[in-house]
Design a protein around this ligand. Structure first.
Ligand code: C2E
Ligand code: CA
Ligand code: CA
Length: 680
């Protein structure tokens, strides 16, 4: 390899001249300080030779000039201008009688130049060695034929040199990259630029490996690429990690199906595609009916297995026609690309529903679940991804609200009739921002002396269009949409602020109970969050009671138990709400020590001295007391109910009989007397 620098070295130590009729002219030289021919232009040949140390050859040269055709090489030495000697070689070419041209070369320098060249070659060797150690190296000719590969190349690809040299890189092509990818690469290096990129290759044994690749074109004298040097580094591990992360981000960990994020991405792509050429596609929302029951009764392990099986069955039914995704919980979605007309989606929905006919066998259980399906098609029921999803959701809710195990194709009228649901689903943020929520408080009263023992805090939503929306309607939706976190936090803030106000107004503290939703309790840092909220208002924890329902414990027993214990250690009281509905499993009463048991209204309603219910309630009350719990009866509306409950030893009563839930300032009057005189 000859570098620019070396060529320069050669040029710099030469001088050329012309001899004509005994006179030296046209002296040119890129000589150095050590020797110079500058002053010799126009000198006689004799003088010139003497200056260059070759005076002794004068006669011989005159003879040659006379003959008119010959050449002569003369070696001389002269004193260097810097001291020391300079060894010169004078080449003389006699071209015609009396006419010659000549070149003088610095031999000393030439030796040095050669040494320098050797040094350069050595460092190139070193570089090559280092490169070979660290990288996969290949050189190809202009046509892409491999002319050199190093050992690492062979190691990585599993091919030996003989198999590779003379062939092209097609041998390790993994068909992963598009033609356009390689075309672009060739365009870049073909025009002499360096190309960098990541390439997936296939080794001889069929395995894939990723290389980070730099291709450097090597140029000829005209600057045209004649060879390509490819330096690659193995990044298979890095790629695998990336892939893993991608998989985690885009696939559901339980079922392995694409997750919501992936589904959204695909749906957006479908919309974009369809915008380019007239194309139809369909979306399906599938919500399982009866899944919660399985989860609650058989535990979430069985629930998880069931979801996996449902996912598999859906994937088989949809097969190549589209993608099945698990959006979360027991919600699945299907995207079918390229449909002819909406009928096709109906057929598929029918088939999916039929698919639910046969039971899922999990462990020893034969489980039956069905699905409620909402269907939308592009472009009929939405022109963008969000609208399509929203409409599929609406259509699905239509089924849920009615008969279940059915499908519904979205139509425009649906949106109007489901407007309320839609407004609730989408109104939470605004409600929080514009103070549409407020809290009301309902007293809990000691039936013996009618003293107020505490309050339950209940949320209210005053919706600008729909008026009062009861919490029983919007809380489940907030749980589904995840908005319960923000709302739950707002409630805790509100209540602690109210406690702070009462304290500032000089009322001695009465405990207030707050309802917690399952999801809320399970959010990360819940305990820390609660602590910091009450600390912010400097509220002693004894004033706060947290109400949870049994279903929370059933679903996540271990986690919930430890969370509740921590809260109790911090001084909060924990109440078991709605006892008497659902399972009322005694097992939970044994496993976790609640401070309060709240009997559901359904147990209390219509209770009288004569009714059989009285005995049941009495038994439940003594059971609760035996576990050391304060027993509260909820939903007490009638005087008779109150009397009976007092008779059988209930600790506190709460209900319309004493007071509806009311605004905080109305509570102030009650706090002044701290006792409820009589009802309504
Ligand atoms: P809950 O915890 O069982 O609350 C008691 C419900 O019974 C309240 O309904 C209350 O207004 C009602 N009630 C009280 N006394 C009587 C009575 O004598 N007769 C009748 N028929 N009803 C009575 P509300 O306020 O509509 O709340 C419904 C449910 O919404 C609550 O049931 C609770 O589960 C949930 N909820 C309310 N506020 C919140 C909250 O801030 N956060 C959470 N997560 N849930 C809340
Ligand atoms: Ca409650
Ligand atoms: Ca309750």
């Amino acid at each position: 390899m000859e570098t620019e620098g070396m060529r320069e070295l050669y040029d710099r130590n030469r001088a050329t001249f012309v001899v004509e009729n005994g006179i030296v002219s046209c002296v040119h030289g890129d000589t150095t300080d050590r020797w110079s021919t500058e002053s010799l232009d126009g000198a006689s040949l004799l003088c010139f030779l003497e200056e260059m140390g070759g005076g002794g050859y004068y006669d011989e040269l005159i003879e040659l000039l006379r003959e008119g055709c010959s050449q002569k090489e003369i070696e001389t030495s002269i004193a260097s201008q810097e001291g020391g000697t300079v060894n010169l070689t004078i080449h003389v070419h006699v071209l015609s009688p009396g006419y010659a041209i000549g070149i003088i070369e610095d031999r000393t320098r030439k030796v040095e130049t050669e040494r320098e060249l050797a040094r350069t070659l050595k460092s190139l060797e070193d570089m090559k060695y280092a490169l070979d150690q660290s990288s996969i190296v290949a050189i190809t000719d202009r046509q892409g034929r491999i002319t050199y590969v190093n050992d690492k190349f062979c190691e990585m690809s599993g091919y030996d040199k003989a198999e590779l040299i003379g062939g092209t890189h097609r041998i390790i092509n993994s068909s992963y990259h598009s033609r356009e990818f390689f075309k672009k690469m060739w365009r870049t290096i073909g025009s002499g630029d360096v190309w960098k990129g990541e390439i997936r290759n296939r080794a001889r044994d069929g395995s894939y490996y990723w290389v980070d690749t730099t291709i450097v074109p090597l140029h000829n004298e005209e600057g045209k690429p004649v060879q390509y040097l490819a330096i690659r580094n193995d990044i298979t591990d890095k790629k695998r990690n990336e892939e893993k992360i991608r998989h985690m981000a885009y696939y559901d960990h339980l079922t392995g199906l694409p997750n919501r994020r992936m589904f959204d991405k695909q749906l957006k792509e479908a919309v974009q595609e369809a915008g380019r050429r007239p194309e139809r596609f369909g979306v399906m929302f599938i919500d399982l009916d009866g899944f919660k029951y399985v989860n609650d009764t058989l535990g979430h392990l069985i629930g998880d297995l069931l979801l996996i099986e449902v996912g598999k069955r859906l994937a088989t039914m949809v097969a190549q026609k589209g993608i099945v995704s698990r959006l979360g919980g027991d919600e699945f979605a299907v995207l079918i690309r390229e449909i002819e007309d909406p009928e096709q989606m109906k057929e598929l929905a029918d088939r999916i529903l039929k698919g639910f006919d046969s039971a899922f066998i999990i462990d020893d259980y034969e489980l039956h679940v069905t699905g409620s399906i909402g269907v939308t098609t592009y472009p009929e029921s939405g022109q963008d991804a969000d609208t399509m999803m929203r409409h599929a959701d609406l259509a699905m809710y239509r089924v849920k609200g009615a008969q279940k195990n059915q499908y519904h194709l979205f139509n425009v009228h649906m949106e109007e009739s489901t407007g309320r649901l839609f407004d609730i689903q989408n109104g939470f943020h605004k409600a929080l921002d514009t103070n549409q929520f407020h809290m009301v408080y309902q007293p809990r009263v000691n039936p013996d002396n009618l003293r107020i023992e505490g309050f339950e805090a209940l949320i209210r939503w005053d919706h600008p269009e729909h008026g009062d929306i009861p919490p029983g309607e919007f809380i489940p939706i907030a749980e589904e949409t995840g908005m319960i976190h923000a709302i739950g936090e707002w409630v805790l803030h509100e209540v602690s602020e109210q406690l702070w106000k009462w304290r500032r107004q000089g009322f001695s503290p009465l405990p207030v109970s707050v309802n917690l939703s399952p999801n809320q309790l399970l959010q990360s840092n819940f305990v820390t969050k609660v602590l910091s909220i009450f600390q912010g208002y400097n509220i002693p924890h004894e004033w706060v009671e947290l109400e949870i329902t049994e279903s929370m414990l059933i679903e996540n027993e271990a986690v919930v138990k430890s969370l509740l214990s921590r809260l109790q250690e911090e001084g909060f009281r924990i109440a078991l709400d709605d006892f008497g509905t659902g399972y009322s499993s005694l097992a939970y009463l044994r496993k976790f020590k609640f401070d309060v048991m709240k009997l559901d209204r359904s147990l209390i309603q219509g209770i009288s001295e004569e009714s059989n219910d009285k005995e049941i309630v009495e038994a439940v009350i003594s059971l609760g007391k035996s576990f050391g719990m304060t027993v509260v009866a909820e939903g007490v509306e009638e005087e008779e109910e109150m009397e009976v409950l007092r008779g059988i030893g209930v600790d506190e009563v709460q209900g319309y009989y004493f007071s509806h839930p009311v605004y905080a300032d109305q509570i102030n009057n009650m706090l002044l007397t701290k006792s409820m005189k009589t009802g309504r």
